[in-house]
Design a protein around this ligand. Structure first.
Ligand code: NAP
Length: 676
């Protein structure tokens, strides 16, 4: 018997007499108990707010990213223990790969994206500077800073590991501690995962706590600095998010809830095409992976009217080949539902769908002879003859291996049917016709959080209709909850406050740790390219001597590079062009001469020039004009143990002081001593 503990303010608390029994999905026999009515929720909040939050906020985004990567590596070394436990939830090895390996993979992606896309500091810069005054002395910038509270993660039963990790990674990156409350029926797997994370010693105290069982009055103790991230049914979400305390205190509440996702077969995808086989394969996968207990699973199959019978027959054949059994058996492709209670619920919902659709595959009375008390069921496939008048089909979520096939007349009708579920997490369209894809994107986009197009060109590398990816937004409007998760760095910002800051360039530079045009310049004692990364200061500026650009230079550059564009070589043609006064210097010549003006040639700490961004040619440079360069250190970011990235603002002016070109130069500069 597993005693599923909670982790409260640094202590593991076992279940008490009020604990709920948890049965094995395979045998129906009780294997665990969870729940304790006496948890000290205020102590949890205090612990998170007073210890976890400050410790996380003391770290930079990159420090947190490194911690998340280390946690993911640590979990990877201990995942067998999680696999072993997860079988009893009904999950097969293929399901473990999605839940456990998928969760670990999500952490890796967030760790890597954060190091590439977030600063090595404490404030995230959101968007560009806004010039709020004519002379540039008053400017605006949006910034994001960590919330000072905790994130309460309430998770659904179907992904006890991924469900926690996909929220935990962005929360920790934001510098916010988490209190995780998994669904009780599979929370024993989450508890084991939390133990592994805590035993790693990588997390600061108070960064992660766990509630196994009910949340008591926790939600009534939250403030506007806290966040609730909920995943589960629309019913529970509705109840929790409408609680007066949540509403009155504007407590952030993100919900990921039910979804009657659709998959549409394009009119071009006839039975003789690879797209048709792909459609059948995707639907079979979605119906059977996690025994159909996926928020993104395909519930509505929408095919051209003339192909409904062909799709029905192909699906029946494909589903008949699925091996149902003990998830520990290697040959099993679909295990049981999570519990007998879940099976009863799914069959009850299927019976509702059956009022408006005919069952063409599967027997609702199915049970596995060798495991009579296990929650095994066959996939159920329905066909709905009149989908325009089948509200029950479009609105009833049977959270198991259940889907309904229906026909459409034309693309507008297919879109209308796909949009009928009042908002979904994902809709897939299997087509090779770009016009069909565009029509869907335009007319169905507003109803779905994700549109997944697939065909023969992308199918070998595609990630699957049902897979939420850390890079892409997961969430959907309406019934799907109206929330968003994942989607790269967007996910981190859910746990931060966006603030518009206004002030002078010096003030904004100090806040953003990024030199802002117009801020004070620092004159370095020695050329910045001769100095190590750690000694460079934001705002350090050098001004070069001028260099005259002659007609011979322009002609030499044209001959040397082969760039004989008329604006450089033909006076009359150049004059006729509205942009040029006559022949002008090549923009790339200006860049090359600029480098010649500011580069320090000897070997030193600058290791490489890795790019150039935001290049703008602002004014033509004519023969006999001169250019000079202003080079200013804009931003520093540690990249690894040996070197960091220095971003330089480069401004080229002509002899009158007018800006002629501007860009950002990226260099890698070594530290005086390696960090490792
Ligand atoms: P659920 O019954 O709504 O439970 C979800 C979570 O809410 C569980 O942790 C549950 O804890 C908790 N909960 C229930 N009542 C609560 C209360 N009064 N106060 C605080 N917490 C409470 O959903 P489920 O059966 O676990 O999951 C299936 C549903 O989730 C399906 O509808 C599915 O579509 C949806 N889902 C959506 C997504 C998504 O990303 N959109 C992902 C997965 C699942 P207990 O277990 O302790 O009751």
């Amino acid at each position: 018997m597993i005693e599923v503990n909670s982790f409260v303010a640094g202590n593991w608390i076992p279940p008490d007499a009020t604990a709920r029994p948890i049965e094995s999905a395979i045998t129906g026999i009780q294997i665990a108990r969870a729940g304790n009515a006496t948890l000290d929720y205020q102590a949890m909040l205090d612990h998170g707010r007073n210890l976890g939050g400050p410790a996380l906020r003391a770290m930079t985004f990159h420090d947190r990213a490194r911690m998340i990567k280390a946690l993911a590596l640590h979990l990877g070394q201990h995942k067998q223990a999680l696999y072993d436990l997860s079988y009893d939830t009904g999950a097969t090895m293929a399901d473990h790969k999605i839940d456990i390996d998928g969760g670990i993979g999500t952490m890796f992606v967030f760790a890597s994206k954060a190091r590439r896309e977030m600063p090595d500091g404490h404030i995230y810069i959101d968007g560009n500077l806004e010039q709020l005054s004519r002379d540039g002395t008053f400017m605006g910038q949006h910034i994001c800073t960590s919330l000072r509270g905790v994130a309460v993660h309430i998770n659904a039963f179907n992904f006890p590991v991924w469900g926690m990790l996909e929220k935990l990674a962005p929360t920790l990156l934001a510098g916010v501690p988490a209190i995780v409350k998994p669904a009780t029926s599979t929370g024993y797997v989450t508890e084991a995962c939390v133990r592994i994370l805590l035993q790693s010693g990588l997390l600061p105290e108070g960064a992660l706590q766990l509630i196994s069982g009910g949340t008591g009055d926790l939600l009534n103790r939250l403030t506007s600095q806290d966040v609730v991230s909920f995943t589960g049914s629309a019913q529970t979400a509705g109840k929790l998010r409408s609680a007066p305390h949540i509403l009155q205190n504007s407590i952030r509440f993100t919900a990921e809830q039910d979804s009657l996702n659709a998959s549409v077969l394009g009119p071009d995808a006839t039975p003789d095409t690879p797209e048709f086989a792909l459609f059948i394969k995707e639907i079979t996968t979605e119906l059977t992976t996690k025994t159909g207990q996926k928020c993104t699973a395909i519930r509505r199959i929408i095919a051209p009217q003339a192909l409904v019978l062909a799709v029905r027959d192909a699906l029946c054949a494909s589903l008949a080949a699925i091996e149902i059994g003990d998830p520990r058996d290697k040959t099993t492709q679909m295990g049981p539902l999570v519990s007998m209670a879940q099976k009863r619920d799914v069959l009850a919902k299927a019976a509702i769908i059956n009022q408006q659709a005919e069952c063409v595959f599967g027997d609702a009375d199915f049970s596995l002879k060798s495991r009579k008390n296990g929650a095994f069921m066959q996939p159920l496939l329905f066909v709905c003859a009149n989908p325009d008048k089948a509200d029950l089909v479009h609105k009833t979520e049977a959270f198991g291996p259940v889907a309904t096939l229906m026909g459409y007349r034309d693309i507008p009708h297919a879109i209308e049917l796909a949009n009928k579920a009042d908002g979904s997490l994902v809709a897939s369209i299997i087509t090779r016709d770009p016009a069909v894809a565009r029509e869907f994107a335009l007319n169905a986009g507003a109803f779905h959080g994700r549109l997944y197009f697939n065909n023969r060109d992308s199918m070998a590398q595609s990630t699957g209709h049902g897979a939420p990816l850390p890079h892409m937004v997961h969430g959907g409007p309406g019934r799907a909850g109206g929330g968003e998760e994942l989607g790269g760095i967007r996910a981190v910002l859910h746990y931060m406050q966006r603030t518009a800051v206004q002030g002078s360039p010096d003030i904004l530079s100090a806040i953003s740790e990024t030199w802002v045009k117009g801020a004070a310049e620092i004159t370095p004692a020695a050329h910045p390219f001769t100095r190590d990364f750690d000694t460079l200061k934001i705002g350090e500026t050098i001004h070069t001597a001028p260099r005259k650009i002659t007609l011979q230079d322009i002609e030499h550059f044209a001959r040397f590079t082969g760039d004989n564009f008329y604006a450089h070589m033909d006076e009359a043609a150049a004059k006729a062009n509205p942009f040029f006064p006559g022949r002008v210097a090549h923009g790339y010549l200006l860049l090359s001469f600029a480098a010649g003006l500011f580069v320090e040639p000897n070997p030193g700490p600058v290791l490489a020039n890795t790019g150039l961004e935001n290049l703008q040619f602002l004014k033509p440079v004519e023969p006999d004009d001169s250019i000079s360069v202003q080079l200013t250190l804009r931003k520093k970011t540690r990249r690894n143990d040996d070197y960091g990235e220095a971003r330089w603002h480069v401004l080229l002016r002509n002899q009158h002081g007018d800006p002629v070109a501007e860009y950002e130069l990226l260099t890698m500069v070594s530290y005086s001593t390696p960090l490792g």
